[in-house]
Design a protein around this ligand. Structure first.
Ligand SMILES: [Zn+2]
Length: 270
């Protein structure tokens, strides 16, 4: 690990970079560099070089940009679509196989504990080693699946026999489920892999879940992921506010894959 790795912020750079925030920060940096340069030209150059490097490595320079930028963006006359790769997909964030499944979350939790999928350790709930192994085995199988094979796996795992198709959006695959009279749901590729693999692992373990419960459980089980099932990158904590992404009302914490740019789980409001 280099010194630079310690200050890198993958959640604000690369595919996750928020360009409106970058532009605002570059503008502020430009003014600061000119002011410093008037006082002493070498200082102006130093401010510009260090500031540009900071914006490049950390995504922004002005402290707390992600906290104030969404509020600032609300007052701007132009609508920013933010950095999310999901910007042009309806709903923005990934949906779930569970759709509108009415299963009671507490009943699902009880089934998962009784079925040996989750184990309680003190106050914590953990994945059982048997389930974790089975889940990992299934997502290893789906990781490199063609779009066609992934759609087939999702169709096999989804309750209610929806029509499943795949769509290319901003260079990434989204899986679309359309059920009779239930509208449509879009799943990002990492979520589609995670949930289809979870349903298969529940079946393999004979965890006692019916198709609706399995789908609801698959959605909840995503909260236990600490790496991305597609690229195996460690997930980082981010927020639905996602800089200028426009989702500023009640922002919620999410676990995000900085490599794929998709959130794997949105946590309840804190
Ligand atoms: Zn990933």
């Amino acid at each position: 690990m280099t010194v630079l790795d310690g200050i890198r912020r993958p959640e604000y750079t690369g595919r996750n970079r928020c360009w409106p925030c970058t532009v605002v920060n570059a503008g502020i940096l430009g003014v600061a560099a000119v002011v410093a340069g008037v006082a002493w030209p070498p200082l102006g150059v130093a401010v510009a070089v260090v500031g540009t490097a900071a914006i490049w490595i950390r995504g922004y320079l002005v402290p707390y940009t992600p906290q104030f930028a969404p509020r600032l963006a609300e007052y701007l006359p132009v609508g920013f679509t933010g950095s999310s790769a999901a910007a042009s997909v309806p709903e923005g964030q990934s949906g779930s196989l569970s759709g509108t499944d009415p299963s009671d979350p507490e009943a699902v939790l009880e089934t998962l504990l009784e079925g040996g999928v989750l184990v309680a350790e003190g106050e914590d709930l953990l994945l059982s080693p048997a389930f974790e192994d089975a889940w990992r085995r299934e997502w290893d199988r789906l990781r490199d699946a063609t779009d066609e094979d992934l759609a087939a796996a999702v169709a096999g795992a989804a309750p209610g026999d929806p029509a499943v198709t795949t769509h290319e959006v901003d260079g990434g695959t989204w899986v679309r489920l359309a059920g009779e009279g239930e509208g449509e749901v879009f799943l990002s590729r990492p979520v589609a892999v995670a949930e289809a693999a979870a349903v298969r692992a529940l079946d393999a373990l004979d965890a006692g879940t019916d198709p609706g419960t399995s789908a609801t459980a698959a959605r909840a089980l995503r909260a236990f992921l600490d790496t991305c099932p597609v690229c195996e990158t460690a997930l980082v904590e981010s927020s639905t506010a996602d800089c200028c992404g426009g989702r500023t009302a009640n922002p919620r914490p999410v676990s995000l894959c900085p490599e794929c740019g998709h959130s794997l789980y949105t946590f309840p409001e804190t």
